[in-house]
Design a protein around this ligand. Structure first.
Ligand code: ZN
Length: 308
């Protein structure tokens, strides 16, 4: 596995600021996701593509604490796939079924649409620290993730976009993962748009470029042979922000009756174990802690001062 610290995402503009472009090497991030979620190769590729997409979408956020969550439910055996990134380059992800009974390789490629499914929806939730998050939803078009993300940007956000992402797994280990995203702003000339389209058509697969040693800058260099303006470079990493405090908040949201059930179930052992489904971290709460949360939840449902 490559050293995660060397992995980064770049943001750039081209054609006088009328084109936005992003590229990322997320190899170590996806390798860690595979390890934490225990995914088989085709699911690693599906979840890795989604996480790479979340990092690219995260690059559009203005603040590091803003968050974007992409959820795919395609009706395939992997179930629901979810990846969440923030504006600071942190990403995490999870999948309902990390191992399926589907053939991992089809036509010489990892069978991503076979595990994801082709019929369902992709939703994007942006939490910008406002009262309500912004949510957009599209129907899946291929279940290959990258195409579905580009379709989302075009149809839900009316931004002509190209998204190229990939994950290369060999002998069970992630050898390359990453990609690019290019967006045309209103006012870009037809000549510029068609030049970009032809360079993207001629590009090797994202993981071929990364395996040949291309940096994110080199990938954008191929798309914009006349040059681009680098805006910034930021490290990317797998990071789960879970904590005991967040576990308490999540339990409170379950409400009094669910907490009473947990208490009854764990009465004999005297403690309750909660595992973070994103990273696998285990949190142990004493029954007294759970009882305190149950009482607090009861206070809230009675219109107590903690009600929001
Ligand atoms: Zn966690």
């Amino acid at each position: 596995m490559k050293n995660g610290a060397s992995e980064y995402l770049i943001r750039a503009t081209a054609h006088g600021g009328l084109v936005r472009a992003f590229a990322v090497d997320a190899t170590g991030v996806v390798a860690e996701l595979q390890e934490r979620q225990g995914t088989e190769p085709a699911v690693t590729a599906a979840l890795g593509r989604l996480a790479t997409g979340a990092l690219l979408f995260g690059a559009l956020l203005k603040e590091p604490e803003h968050q974007v969550t992409i959820r795919v439910k395609g009706g395939g055996p992997a179930g629901i796939l979810l990846a969440a990134a923030n504006g600071g380059g942190d990403v995490r992800g999870l999948v309902s079924n990390p191992v399926t009974d589907v053939a991992q390789v089809r036509n010489g490629k990892l069978n991503v649409s076979g595990v994801v499914g082709r019929e369902g929806r992709l939703s994007v939730t942006r939490d910008l620290g406002m009262r309500r998050p912004y949510v957009g939803v599209v129907e899946l078009i291929s279940g290959e993730v990258g195409e579905d993300l580009a379709h989302y940007l075009v149809s839900s956000e009316q931004t002509p976009s190209a998204v190229g992402i990939g994950v290369f797994v060999r002998a069970g280990s992630v050898e390359a993962a990453g990609g690019y995203m290019v967006q045309l702003m209103p006012g870009v000339s037809n000549a510029a748009a068609s030049a970009i389209e032809s360079s993207i058509m001629a590009l090797p697969h994202p993981t071929t470029m990364l395996r040949e040693g291309d940096t994110p800058e080199a990938v954008l260099g191929r798309i914009f042979p006349d040059g681009f303006q680098l805006l910034d470079r930021r490290p990317v990493r797998f990071h789960c922000p879970c904590s005991m405090e967040r576990v308490h908040r999540a339990l409170l949201l379950l409400g009094t009756s669910a907490l009473a059930e947990i208490l009854a179930q764990d009465r004999d052992q005297g403690f309750t174990e909660v595992t973070c489904e994103f990273c696998g971290e285990q949190y142990t709460l004493s029954s007294a802690d759970v009882e305190r949360l149950r009482a607090e939840a009861a206070g809230r449902s009675n219109g107590g001062p903690a009600r929001e």
